[in-house]
Write a protein that binds this ligand. Structure first.
Ligand code: PA5
Length: 446
């Protein structure tokens, strides 16, 4: 049997006891029951719970479409924002070669767009695409989000001019709602191949739908193994009422106890730069799910050891309002040791022959001890290796813990009403039809 993700709460013990964590986790089994019964807030957004099974019938078509795009182009631009972007980017960056975009040879480039409104970004992307043979995957559940809609209008126009309307239509895949939204109408009228984002799955819980799986498959990663990993975590969390052995219950319980003990900020820590976008995905998942009604733990992240030389001072010694969650990867996929040097002029011979992983792991242990001495509680999540199976486990683990945690906080973890505020103002300031009066009022305030 394969090893599972494990959770170590030992380094929270100065602040919260094992007994408290387990008691809180046992109490939270009722939230698990509520999720499974579908009787809690946001219960029309619970489709993600059974995705590891429900997505299986679509895997073959996703793989076929990925192969088609790889065969007609050398680059895919994935357009989307928030939950329609971060999940695929997190998995792709975690599992791809660190320098994939610079590698030459048989390899498909993935570029993301529609996650900002920067003129520089899109203009420079067009400059790059002038010399590329590319395809587009455009993702928007609502089909009306401004950032991806602008990027799609510009890139569609560029692609149609490059290859003609008919060929462009064969290279554009739209992932959107079954019926609603401007993207749905565009896709239908232009004859694009489409995948559907089900009504009952919110953007930030959609990585195991075509939203995440198609871009991941285009990069040549094994989406079946990713889903298999998620399924194994579903068995360990959704279907496990035994609090002591349910890592999602334990994590949700510990972080909420830490919040109650004066730690309102959680920092996600990775010791492998490939995890940078995984932390970005996690920040959206937790920030949008919990941050409402004046509640929630503020999600932040650092990449170590890099950020020990920028954020390390604050974490060690600043306001004592933080706790950390480390994602620890036991075995790297590559091997590299430090060579011996005859005259030891850089005084590194004490490390000669050691794998970089050993040095990095000791940095992780040293940091854990130091931060704990500095009164930062630390939760450590360990996965045996960074591969599709364990990234799948991490995804389901965090989604389940997030839902439970939202219910512990007594918020709806599946909506995001606060995201609308900036949109309304932007539309009013840009004189979008229907927003003119509001625009006049806002302009007076500037
Ligand atoms: O999690 C969410 O629901 C949001 O982050 C959305 O994914 C994001 O706003 C993009 O929305 P859409 O997919 O409708 O373009």
């Amino acid at each position: 049997m394969k090893e599972n993700l494990s959770i170590n709460l030992k380094n929270t013990s100065k602040f919260i006891s094992d007994e408290e964590i387990i008691a809180n986790a046992q109490l939270s089994v009722r939230h698990l029951d509520t999720l499974n019964a579908g009787t809690g807030p946001g219960n029309d957004f619970l489709g993600w719970l059974s995705l590891p099974d429900d997505i299986l019938p679509q895997i073959e078509r996703i793989e076929k479409t990925a192969l088609h795009l790889r065969s007609v182009s050398d680059t895919t631009v994935v357009i989307g924002i928030g939950g329609s972007y971060l999940g695929s980017r997190a998995v792709i960056e975690a599992l791809s070669h660190s320098f994939s975009s610079l590698l030459t040879g048989k390899h498909h480039d993935m570029i993301f767009a529609g996650q900002n409104i920067s003129e520089d970004y899109l203009a420079e992307l067009l400059e790059l695409l002038d010399g590329r043979n590319y395809s587009i995957v455009v993702i928007s559940k609502s089909g009306t989000t401004t950032e991806p809609a602008i990027a799609f209008r510009i890139l569609k126009d560029h692609l149609e001019k490059r290859v003609g309307k008919t060929e462009a239509a064969k290279r554009i895949i739209a992932i959107t709602d079954a019926k609603k939204g401007a993207l749905r109408s565009l896709a239908d009228s232009n004859g694009y191949e489409t995948f559907i984002i089900p009504d009952n799955i919110g953007g930030r819980y959609s990585v195991l739908t075509p939203v995440g799986l198609l871009p991941i498959a285009i990069c040549g990663l094994d989406i079946r193994l990713l889903v298999k990993g998620a399924k194994s975590m579903e068995e360990l969390t959704r279907l496990n009422k035994h609090a002591e052995t349910n890592p999602s219950l334990l994590y949700a319980s510990a972080r909420n106890l830490l919040l109650q003990n004066g730690k309102p900020i959680e920092i996600m820590v990775g010791f492998n730069p490939k995890l940078h976008f995984f932390s970005e995905w996690w920040k959206q998942l937790y920030g949008e799910s919990e941050g409402k009604d004046g509640k929630g733990i503020f999600p932040a992240s650092v990449d170590l050891t890099t950020d020990l030389h920028s954020m390390g001072q604050y974490i060690q010694d600043g306001q004592r309002i933080l706790f950390e969650t480390i994602i620890s990867v036991k075995n790297p996929s590559k091997k590299l040791s430090i060579p011996l040097e005859k005259n030891d002029s850089d005084q590194l011979n004490y490390l000669a022959g050691k794998r970089l992983t050993e040095v990095n792991y000791n940095a992780e242990l040293g940091t854990t001890l130091a931060h704990n001495d500095g009164n930062v509680p630390i939760i450590t999540l360990t996965i045996p290796s960074l591969d599709e199976y364990y990234v799948g486990q991490l995804i389901y683990f965090f989604e389940m813990a997030c839902a439970i945690s939202g219910y512990i906080l007594d918020v709806n973890p599946f909506d995001q009403p606060g995201v609308e505020a900036y949109k309304k103002n932007m539309f009013a300031l840009l004189n979008k039809p229907g927003f003119e009066e509001e625009g006049k009022k806002l302009k007076k305030r500037l």
